[in-house]
Design a protein around this ligand. Structure first.
Ligand SMILES: O=C(O)C(=O)C[C@]1(C(=O)O)C=C[C@@H](O)C=C1
Length: 247
């Protein structure tokens, strides 16, 4: 019953969608940050030879980042999903006791789409917007990648919350999904234009009218949502609902 959830201070579809909209801002800003650097292909190849590690520098940075984050409890949150879940350390500090029962069904923790997110990000999305070249700034580029990957992962796995509120609520209220998708694509495109403009104190703020003046190509951001973010969010929703009635 949706009213019960409101009384318990829990989520409804409106609040879940509001969170998805706020997360768009983070994603667009992370992409703008990554677009400052050239492609830096060495970051993604195992050729840099990290002592004691068999993989690329980007994998090393992400894995070590997640080890630290796990120690301070990041992955105790149902909103966070590690890219390297195997063998992560337990938190060093206990989490505060939960105020309300878990919102998601226990099966939620078995869903992790980060393998697909890693793949589309490095193989398909990056080549669409990173300019060619190698300036050697691998650490900063890698950190920018990790911020993008984690923001995308959080957004896509938020599908679990979308699915749970839909499961609890009456689905006929939601209207055709296709309109929601068109609106999302238009909105992120507009955000890329507005957030990606050069701000000049002598000019009225508007947006970057010409694509070449934008820090990130707005059509790439719209494509990112249409081709990967929303389809993967739907997949998370379906995977979640398939497990929703498990004991
Ligand atoms: O808002 C919803 O109802 C969702 O299911 C989320 C979402 C999205 O990823 O933004 C996913 C699929 C729908 O077709 C539309 C939107």
């Amino acid at each position: 019953n949706p009213d019960d959830s409101k009384q318990e201070g829990l989520m409804d579809l409106e609040s879940v969608r509001k969170s998805l909209i706020r997360q768009e801002d983070s994603i667009v800003f992370c992409l703008i940050e990554r677009a400052k650097f050239p492609f830096n292909s060495s970051l993604y190849k195992p050729s840099l030879q990290i002592p004691g590690f068999d993989g690329s520098l980007i994998q090393y940075i992400l894995k070590e980042t997640e080890i630290l984050e796990a120690k301070v409890g990041r992955y105790e949150s149902p909103e966070e999903h590690p890219f390297f879940p195997d063998g992560l350390p337990f938190p060093l500090i206990p989490s505060p006791p939960a105020k309300s029962p878990e919102f998601l069904h226990a099966a939620a923790s078995s869903i992790n789409m980060n393998r697909d997110i890693w793949k589309f990000y490095s193989d398909e999305l990056l080549p669409l917007f990173a300019k060619e070249g190698d300036d050697g700034s691998y650490a900063c580029t890698g950190v920018a990648d990790i911020n993008c990957l984690q923001a995308l992962s959080r957004r896509i796995h938020y599908g679990k919350f979308v699915a749970e509120v839909k499961f609890r609520d009456a689905p006929e209220k939601y209207g055709p999904a296709i309109h929601v998708e068109e609106m999302v694509k238009k909105r992120v495109q507009k955000k890329a234009r507005i957030f990606g403009q050069e701000v000049n104190i002598n000019k009225k703020a508007g947006d970057c009218k010409k694509q070449k003046n934008c820090k990130i190509d707005p059509s790439v951001v719209s494509r990112l949502y249409g081709e990967w973010v929303m389809p993967l969010t739907k997949l998370v929703e379906v995977e979640y609902l398939l497990r929703r009635l498990d004991e």
